[in-house]
Design a protein around this ligand. Structure first.
Ligand code: ADP
Ligand code: ADP
Length: 219
């Protein structure tokens, strides 16, 4: 099981960001997590990546419990946060090499992820010299470094211009051929462009969970 969420609730003080959420992702597929700002998407993703703990309920990634097996979960998941902190003065390779060292990943893998994410022509540059689209590629390359089975991408296409949008969507679709991709967005078009399935969240509750195929057929 790629992702298993059972009755997760998250309170920030008196604010309920997630209210008794459950869903499953069984196989490699691209699942869109759709909802307006403040719906609870980032909160769910931070729980699945072990950055924060749920108040109640259980969640597993690759069958590892996010509370019990944090390290195994971190090895199983690649994460692109919404506001990916990048050091603009750092070179692309330098940034990836630093993270490769943290993950204990072989140097060759850096070149592999550069190629995989289409970064080759820009990889010799400083991150500050790159367009938003290429910075997202750096974030994706970083998330892929340790070759995780599951990718969790928080608003990966927000703020991209139309050309970059087309390219990043294609790249994510390509990655989703082999890996489970769980991505958040507040735009239905993004789901239509990339996803096999959509889970819709509003005010901390799941309001729909459908295959795109069924949505198109009006079921
Ligand atoms: P989304 O990613 O869908 O925009 P978030 O998960 O970021 O939603 O936020 C869900 C709700 O929880 C929002 O009302 C937000 O203001 C609140 N929230 C998120 N993080 C915190 C936090 N660290 N402290 C207090 N409230 C938070
Ligand atoms: P994100 O959608 O990725 O959480 P934001 O810009 O909304 O990004 O939030 C930035 C940081 O502030 C996050 O760590 C989030 O958890 C926290 N945060 C969001 N909403 C609130 C809130 N209402 N009160 C306190 N912290 C918050």
């Amino acid at each position: 099981m790629s992702i298993q969420v059972e009755n997760i609730t998250k309170n920030y003080g008196s604010q309920k960001a997630l209210n008794n959420i459950s869903f499953k992702v069984n196989k490699p597929e691209i699942v869109g997590f759709l909802g307006p700002n403040g719906a609870g998407k980032s909160t769910m993703m931070k729980i699945l990546t072990t950055y924060i703990d749920a108040s109640e309920g259980h969640a597993k990634v690759n069958d590892y419990d996010v509370n019990i097996n944090k390290q195994k979960v971190q090895q199983s998941v690649g994460y692109l946060p919404e506001h990916n902190p990048l050091y603009l003065e750092q070179y692309v390779r330098e940034y990836l090499a630093f993270n490769a060292q943290i993950y204990g990943v072989k140097k060759q893998r850096i070149e592999d992820v550069i190629q995989l994410t289409g970064l080759t022509p820009e990889a010799h540059k400083k991150i500050g010299q790159l367009s938003k689209g290429y910075r997202q590629r750096v974030g994706l390359a970083n998330a892929l470094l340790h070759n995780p089975d599951v990718l969790i991408l928080d608003e990966p296409t927000t703020g991209l211009d139309p050309n970059q949008l087309v390219e990043i969507r294609a790249l994510i679709k390509n990655i989703g051929q082999e890996k489970t991709v769980f991505l958040s967005t507040h735009i239905m078009q993004e789901v239509e462009a990339m996803c096999d399935r959509v889970i819709i969240i509003n005010k901390g509750e799941i309001v729909a969970d459908k295959k795109l195929k069924d949505l198109r057929e009006g079921q």
